[in-house]
Design a protein around this ligand. Structure first.
Ligand SMILES: Nc1ncnc2c1ncn2[C@@H]1O[C@H](COP(=O)(O)OP(=O)(O)O)[C@@H](O)[C@H]1O
Ligand SMILES: [Mg+2]
Length: 479
């Protein structure tokens, strides 16, 4: 049994966590602010750092210090797009890298999006990479809140979905969720419900105590004792900890918390007079200088400028960036060149768009002749195998309109299905779907079909003879 020592029991004996058991279950830590949750998580991470891969979702930038001692990779999300965080989540699993996702620098909205994208990337990693990994989320109520705060519904849904995946469906994929929260009552119920190991710290509010008692299956009155716990003391229960509720005092840690709380400094004596002068020192108000009236230039200067301009124009053509118009055929062939580029199927959209912009500039067009959204749909249209002649047809416009209502990443899959259905061909196979989705994982591609069906844009029929797809609203069908 690989156990690590979490701390000491009432009688001074070691209290351990059974690591294999923990990896097969999930752990919920709860305690009010200052009860010692982050310290506990740090103890757990330090003790297991050499034994198992770790991912720390760190809203306060507390855990970046793990990098110095244990070599964790720190990812500062402010530098990353959602797509790259998703990819990073997937790659972390392939390379079994221990990571601290530092969310300290960004606003709540971006915290949710970043954590959601990263966790979903981990969750969607191909089966070959389902190695066990400890996924620790501090302040989990931020990422799986009961009710909405200032963040958008979309961000909250993304993050809550990712947390639900982690805690409810992650086990089979090797994801061992460890979440800490200061307010159990603010944490989404389904996210807490799957935990079977608990460490309950000091708790003041009745409503949190009641929820803790429910989760632990103890009398509400017994849970009253959580009020009297000291900082660093937790009641432990669960298969990886103890069969009976057991008090544990968490042991020391090696690395320091990055976040330092307020520190009491002795007040320096200053006389009341001095203080008055310092606090009420007049401020220098900023008075903007009156602007000088701009006088029109004398007429002969204008004439000179005009003449100069005419001369210049005769010498060199106007700068290319000014030309904005491009004919649709030209755009189509530019995008087709991008599609034909090597490995383009698996490159991120942003990279392809840059490639397109570069080609456009070389042809003397403005970089913005085609916005990202329309570019993406034209790209997906070409990939779907539609010929130029039909791209502007009424039929295809309808398919594009439906595609535009879908998340960006599944639009390609949808348009491929639409094209084959429109032409009455057989339904594309898993590999073609995977290419349209930009993944090498066939399972992931197949899941997009289910997703499209859930969104009610396609009807899916799987028979032993093969798969058939109909496009809702348009009535096209594959054979
Ligand atoms: N078991 C412990 N031993 C020593 N110091 C602790 C212990 N638990 C917490 N602390 C200290 O108490 C303070 C608050 O703990 P922290 O883990 O940040 O609380 P929380 O995350 O629950 O708000 C920190 O300064 C921390 O170092
Ligand atoms: Mg904390």
């Amino acid at each position: 049994m690989t156990s690590i020592i979490l701390g000491q029991g009432r009688d001074g004996s070691d209290t351990c966590i059974d690591l294999p058991e923990l990896l097969a279950t999930r752990l919920l830590v709860q305690g009010n602010s200052g009860s010692g949750k982050s310290h506990l998580l740090r103890r757990l991470l330090e003790q297991t750092a050499t034994l198992v891969q770790q991912v720390m979702i760190d809203p306060e930038g507390d855990f970046v210090t793990l990098a110095d001692h244990y070599g964790h990779l720190v990812i500062d999300v402010e530098d990353q797009s959602e797509a790259s965080l998703r990819a990073a989540g997937e790659r972390v699993r392939a390379h079994r890298a221990s990571v601290v996702l530092n969310l300290e620098q960004v606003e709540a909205e971006m915290q949710l999006r970043a954590a959601g994208a990263f966790l979903n990337g981990m969750f969607e990693a191909p089966r070959a990479h389902w190695y066990p990994v400890l996924v620790v989320v501090d302040e989990a109520q931020l990422f799986a809140p009961v009710a909405g705060g200032d963040t958008s519904d979309e961000a909250r849904r993304l993050s809550l979905g990712a947390m639900t995946n982690l805690m409810c469906r992650g086990r089979k994929r090797g994801l061992a969720g460890v979440i800490a929260t200061q307010r159990l009552a603010k944490l989404a119920k389904n996210v807490a419900a799957e935990a079977s190991n608990f460490l309950m710290g000091r708790t003041f509010l009745d409503i949190d105590m009641a929820r803790a008692a429910d989760l632990l299956g103890m009398e509400r009155r017994a849970a009253e004792s959580f009020r009297d716990l000291a900082r660093g003391q937790f009641m432990a229960l669960g298969p990886a900890l103890s069969r009976r509720p057991k008090l544990v005092t968490i042991g020391p840690v090696t690395t320091a918390s990055h976040a330092t709380g307020p520190v009491l400094l002795p007040l320096e004596p200053v006389s009341a007079e001095d203080l008055r002068d310092i606090i009420l020192e007049p401020v220098h108000e900023f008075t903007p200088r009156p602007r000088r009236e701009s006088r029109p230039p004398p007429p002969d200067l204008l004439a000179q400028l005009d003449a100069y301009g005419a001369e210049r124009e005769a010498e060199e053509p106007a700068p290319a960036a000014v030309v904005v118009e491009a004919d649709p055929d030209q755009l189509w062939s530019l995008v087709a060149e991008v599609v034909a580029g090597e490995g383009s199927d698996y490159k991120p959209l942003a990279t392809l768009y840059q490639d397109f912009q570069l080609r456009a500039r070389i042809q003397g067009l403005s970089r913005n002749v085609l916005e990202l959204g329309p570019f993406h749909r034209m790209l997906a249209t070409i990939r779907a195998g539609l010929d130029r002649a039909r791209a502007d047809s009424e039929d295809w416009k309808q398919a594009q309109a439906i595609a535009a209502t879908l998340p960006e990443d599944v639009q390609g899959v949808f348009l491929l299905l639409a094209r084959t259905a429109l032409d009455g061909e057989t339904c594309p196979g898993d590999e073609a779907l995977a290419r349209a989705y930009g993944t090498h994982s066939l399972g992931r591609a197949r899941r997009q079909l289910n997703y499209l069906e859930e969104r009610e844009v396609i009807v899916l029929q799987e028979t032993p003879l093969g798969r058939r797809v109909a496009i809702v609203g348009l009535g096209w069908q594959t054979v």
